[in-house]
Ligand binder design. Structure first.
Ligand code: ATP
Length: 396
């Protein structure tokens, strides 16, 4: 979809001290690239929302400069600056006495779009967020589910095609299943639109799932680390970050680590036309008690184990099919989930053209996870002290 692409956001030495002396944000420097999706995370009260609201000047910084695209928003009329920044909040903030249509049309009308252009845009935005315009445009907010209200909130924020989107716990108020769906949908919307998105969440899994980079704050608005999810999880910069992302960060890394061809194992392969006796001989020479059946075009057909390789006939007569496969580029988490779900010792991996590439086993998933540790990553999980600690935790 054509539209305004994202612009850079720069915070330079930004601080906020509230009137009662609370230091919410201290000397914050943060540079967000155009089109980047950045999550602000940290414990309650660490200044995430304050930071977000200083960008659209709902809160005035006490020091520093905030530049959005070419505009120093700290020196611009905030009402004008806000037109370039869609804003989505947890409770959505839809106008209760206006229809969905009128809610979405708010900013386009404000900036003087004519009726026809505004009406087209409302339809386009409802379709973008997956709500049928004929059904929903005329409804009032109380006639929608929480998830639908949230989607209308996103549609409204995007309606005037701003380059920047600011979101404060955008999916916080919906149930976990709707939340998963909304997150996936938002990712695909963002992939199409390429806006610059700053969003606040206290949910590290949401940040890992959605963000290109994660900014981790500690109380007092100090930036502890600003890096991509794999680095935050695999190489936490400080003890604070390690604690915040949790002792199960190793598991979380599964979700951000893609399957690569180098990670795969290569058990023996046979073709469907081969006699079973030949397949048996192939398996007997290999450490694995099975062979993968691949046809002449490199497509996966199934597998045979030693037990199938008896009697006359060909591999095609006795081979078994797979319940599941994964592709190179899918996450290790997906692979492990399939292995566990199907109680399988191994899982075939295809390329984007459905050609067989190799297999993953629980061991190779683990090896891949270790290989993908970001540079400079200490592996606290593997140190004697950490092992000791875990043992104490277990016995405590
Ligand atoms: N208007 C205000 N006056 C005084 N202190 C404030 C004000 N607004 C926020 N604070 C304080 O500033 C600090 C940062 O608040 P902020 O809302 O930015 O945190 P947060 O990280 O978004 O927290 P949460 O996750 O709980 O929403 C907190 O200590 C909060 O109590």
């Amino acid at each position: 979809m054509d539209g305004t692409r994202g612009v850079a956001i720069r915070l330079e030495g930004v601080s906020k001290t509230y009137a009662d002396g609370t230091q919410a944000v201290q000397e914050l420097d943060l540079a967000v690239e155009p089109g980047e999706l950045v999550a602000l995370v940290g414990p309650s009260g660490c200044g995430k929302s304050t930071t977000l609201r200083m960008v659209n000047r709902l809160i005035e910084p006490t020091a520093g400069r905030i530049v959005v695209g070419d505009t120093d928003v700290t020196r611009t009329d905030p009402v004008v600056a806000r037109r370039d920044m869609g804003y989505v909040i947890q409770q959505v903030g839809l106008f209760p006495h206006q229809t969905v249509r009128d809610n979405i049309a708010t900013v386009p009308r404000l900036v003087g779009w004519n009726k026809a252009r505004t009406a087209d845009r409302v339809t386009e935005m409802l379709e973008l967020v997956g709500l049928d315009p004929d059904t929903y445009a005329g409804r009032y907010p109380h006639e929608l589910s929480g998830g639908q209200r949230q989607r209308v909130g996103v549609a409204r924020a995007l309606a005037a095609d701003p380059p920047v989107l600011l979101m404060d716990e955008p999916f916080g108020a919906v149930d976990p299943i709707a939340r998963d769906r909304l997150q996936a949908q938002f990712r695909s919307i963002q992939a199409q639109l390429g806006k610059t998105v700053l969003f606040v969440t206290h949910d590290i899994d949401e940040a890992v799932r959605l963000a290109d980079r994660i900014a981790v704050f500690s109380v007092g608005g100090r930036l502890e680390q600003f890096a991509d999810p794999a680095t935050v999880l695999g190489a936490p910069a400080t003890a604070f970050v390690a604690d915040f992302v949790g002792s199960d960060r190793g598991l979380r890394r599964l979700a951000v680590t893609p399957i690569e061809p180098d990670d795969l194992e290569h058990p023996p392969t046979v073709s469907p036309q081969q006699p079973l006796a030949q397949a048996r001989a192939v398996i007997d020479r290999a450490p694995e008690p099975y062979a993968v059946v691949v046809d002449d075009e490199g497509r996966l057909r199934g597998w045979v184990g030693v037990r199938e390789c008896v009697g006359d006939g060909t591999v095609a007569d006795r081979m078994r099919r797979f319940d599941e496969t994964v592709e190179v580029g899918d996450t290790l988490r997906r692979a492990l989930a399939e292995i566990v779900q199907h109680d399988a010792g191994w899982l075939p991996v295809l390329d984007g053209d459905e050609r067989y590439q190799g297999v993953l086993t629980p061991t190779s998933v683990y090896t891949a996870l270790r290989r993908h540790l970001p540079e400079g990553a200490a592996t606290p999980e593997a140190t004697p002290e950490a092992t000791q600690e875990t043992a104490e935790d277990v016995t405590a």
